[in-house]
Design a protein around this ligand. Structure first.
Ligand SMILES: NC(=O)c1ccc[n+]([C@@H]2O[C@H](COP(=O)([O-])OP(=O)(O)OC[C@H]3O[C@@H](n4cnc5c(N)ncnc54)[C@H](OP(=O)(O)O)[C@@H]3O)[C@@H](O)[C@H]2O)c1
Length: 257
């Protein structure tokens, strides 16, 4: 029997890689996005889903259950980044970001939970971010949304473990974009310090997709998995450096022109 996967954010480079790997591994994939999307592989089923709508989340899940009688895995990829001084944004910018990055996964997890419980288990993967573990200047709003998603996912890991519903937050560092990188209002640290480009290369979407597939096949997946040398190096520095050196380092990187 094919394992059934529901995924959001299907138009992103990352999701496209995840879809092709899951198809090769023999999963039945339901890929969803807000805008119309045509998958390369004809075996992939597509639904339009705006994660800001409870109705839409419930409706898509019920349709899949009707067809397949089960959903084994939920992969929450939909989400977006806003960068810039935190106080340059207004309340609506913040509410919209939280609605998609935080409440979107919450709506899907809450709607899918009764079915996973009834079928005796399931897998949930939330794509969080390095910004969900370290708060970086210029990413205050985005970091808030991803810290909150990290917190939610970690609590759910414990709450649902006994029901064999395994919840993992996958926290990648920066991921390469095929059509060019994100545009930022500031000069990224990698451009200020060229050495960082070599020490902390960006992750390829393929690498992140491999980790997602491995997590789905791991009999005992962890609550959080960190990916990428930028994420690993920054987290190690934050953990092991005395606070005042870490704060100085962060201010130095931030203030350097
Ligand atoms: N890029 C990075 O360096 C990086 C690093 C760490 C973590 N992440 C996380 O990885 C995920 C994908 O990032 P990305 O940079 O690849 O993103 P992206 O290319 O900008 O794609 C964002 C995805 O979110 C979907 N989305 C946005 N609003 C939605 C809504 N209201 N309802 C349903 N779907 C919606 C978009 O779908 P439509 O096209 O249909 O609007 C799109 O598929 C995000 O959660 C992001 O936070 C990214």
């Amino acid at each position: 029997m094919k394992r059934v996967v529901l995924m959001t954010g299907a138009t992103s480079d990352l999701a496209k890689e995840v879809i092709s790997k899951l198809v090769v591994e023999g999963y039945k994939v339901y890929a969803t996005s807000k805008v119309k999307f045509t998958p390369e592989d004809k075996s992939v089923s597509v639904f339009s889903l705006d994660v800001r709508s409870w109705e839409n989340c419930k409706d898509v899940i019920e349709k899949i259950i009707k067809r397949e009688k089960r959903i084994d895995c939920l992969i929450n990829i939909a989400g977006y980044t806003i960068s810039g001084p935190s106080l340059s944004f207004n309340e609506d910018d913040f509410k919209n970001l939280l609605d998609i990055n935080l409440l979107g996964p919450f709506r899907l997890i809450k709607s899918i939970y009764p079915f996973m419980k009834q079928q005796g288990g399931g897998r949930i993967i939330n794509i969080t971010s390095l910004n969900g573990l370290v708060s970086l200047p210029n990413f205050g709003l985005y970091s808030s949304s991803k810290h909150a998603l990290e917190a939610l996912g970690n609590a759910l890991y414990y709450e649902l473990y006994k029901e064999k519903i395994f919840v993992t937050n996958l926290a990648p560092g920066a991921i390469e974009k095929k059509g060019g990188g994100l545009t930022f209002s500031h000069k990224p640290a990698r451009e200020k310090f060229f050495l960082l480009k070599f020490l902390m290369p960006m992750l390829s979407p393929e690498k992140v997709a491999d980790s997602i597939v491995n997590l789905l096949q791991n009999p005992n997946p962890p609550p959080t998995l960190v990916l990428g040398s930028d994420a690993k190096i920054l987290l190690a520095l934050k953990r092991f450096l005395p606070g005042f050196i870490w704060w100085y380092l962060m201010r130095y990187v931030w203030e350097k022109k």
